[in-house]
Design a protein around this ligand. Structure first.
Ligand code: RUB
Length: 316
């Protein structure tokens, strides 16, 4: 079945790996849509053959980036009920699941935005890290409610996702100040809320998000500034219910320093972790489409949504 994974699936996987498609929610949406193309373009002759192909496609998509659980959660959602006796049945079931999944993702973000907007008051200043569509949904909803907001945007080395955030905030009419990451403490006194997204939320309420989030949270706590994580429930990591930890992606050294320049410096080690873990005690609230939770109580929501255990249907 590996050889029958479509070019479109492989292109989506490449785009996720190179971060052309990035951010946890966007990755989930793209992965689900890629499975749909696999189902639509397949020339499988039996339902089982198509299911095997879909699992192979899911594996290719899954093996791109390890930290955002929205990716396996999306694949699991689509493949969960890919049953049916004929190729047409399986195809139809996948298409229905993908449409439903993408709708739910979009609606969840809108609902989450409304919940998060309640925390923001007219005239507030927020600080952001990286680029999170869940965070921006909160800001957008607040702006639509007529609230005037100012944002201090961390550039987010090494990939500078802060530039994307700055552009989207400007489009919403938010007043933006861009700073280097290390200036966060310098400006913390001006900030009413630190808003971050998540790639995964663990059962103990830890927030796994772009590298630098944990340092930002410590700084915010030091100044008594609330730090809020905006994360749809697709970011809840089911495996952490049974004690698994979340893999932190290590990316290329060349994102940090030009390899020639590194050689010139001499024998140095360069490390480039893409994410870090913020312990629950540094997070004031997790905003989801189902309401706001103190991080320590997120486990209750996880049990409601996932039950006790999970299976990975794309594993043959
Ligand atoms: C993106 C990142 C974002 C989360 C949440 O990292 O850390 O904060 O994915 O984003 P990268 P969203 O750029 O390495 O993918 O709220 O859009 O799901």
């Amino acid at each position: 079945p590996e050889s029958r994974v479509t070019d479109e699936v492989r292109q989506t996987a490449d785009a996720i790996g190179t971060m052309e498609i990035r951010g946890a929610a966007t990755i989930a949406d793209a992965a689900a849509k890629a499975l749909r193309t696999q189902a639509e373009q397949s020339s499988a002759e039996t339902a089982d053959e198509l299911r095997a192909e879909l699992r192979a496609a899911a594996r290719v998509l899954h093996d791109t980036r390890p930290t955002a659980v929205s990716l396996p959660n999306a694949l699991r959602y689509v493949l969960f009920d890919a049953d049916g006796a004929t190729v047409e049945d399986v195809r139809a079931s996948v298409v229905t699941s993908v449409v439903e999944f993408c709708d739910r993702l979009e609606n969840a973000q809108t609902d989450l935005g409304r919940v998060g907007a309640n925390r923001l008051r007219d005239g507030d200043t927020i600080m952001t890290h990286c680029h999170s569509t869940d965070v921006l949904a909160c800001v957008e909803a607040a702006v639509e409610q007529g609230k005037d907001l100012t944002a201090i945007v961390k550039e987010t080395r090494p990939r500078l996702q802060g530039h994307i955030t700055a552009r989207e905030l400007v489009e919403m009419g938010v007043d933006v100040t861009l700073i280097v990451d290390s200036a966060a403490r310098r400006y913390m006194n001006d900030v009413d809320h630190v808003l971050v997204g998540a790639d995964s939320i663990a059962a103990d309420g830890s927030v796994i998000n772009k590298i630098g989030t944990s340092g930002l949270a410590v700084t915010a706590r030091d100044r008594g500034t609330p730090i809020v994580c905006a994360a749809q429930t697709i970011k809840l990591h089911p495996d952490t219910l049974t004690g698994h930890t979340v893999d932190i992606e290590m990316r290329e050294e060349s994102e940090v320093i030009d390899p020639d320049e590194a050689d010139e410096i001499g024998d140095i080690t360069v490390k480039n972790p893409a994410f870090d873990v913020t312990p629950p005690r540094y997070v004031d609230a997790i905003v989801t489409e189902r309401g706001q939770y103190p991080p320590e109580s997120i486990v209750t929501l996880m049990r409601d949504l996932f039950g006790e255990g999970t299976t990975e249907p794309w594993v043959v």
